[in-house]
Design a protein around this ligand. Sequence first.
Ligand SMILES: [Zn+2]
Length: 71
Amino acid sequence: MRTRLSICKRKVRYGSEDEAVATAQRDGLRLRPYRCDRCGKFHLTSRTKGKRVPDYERAKKGPGRGSPPGP
Ligand SMILES: [Zn+2]
């Protein structure tokens, strides 16, 4: 993924993927690390495209919109 410089500048940089993951998990955030091609470090993104969204994440958005609740 191509990272915009403006995004790179305002995001926290992590020296390694492990560090980024550890920080996200410590804060209880559902974020994914990715390597930035601007600075060569890692940032965290909330984008989970292509990844399965856990049921409890969908539930947080409330009923009625999107997919129906499971069995
Ligand atoms: Zn960057």
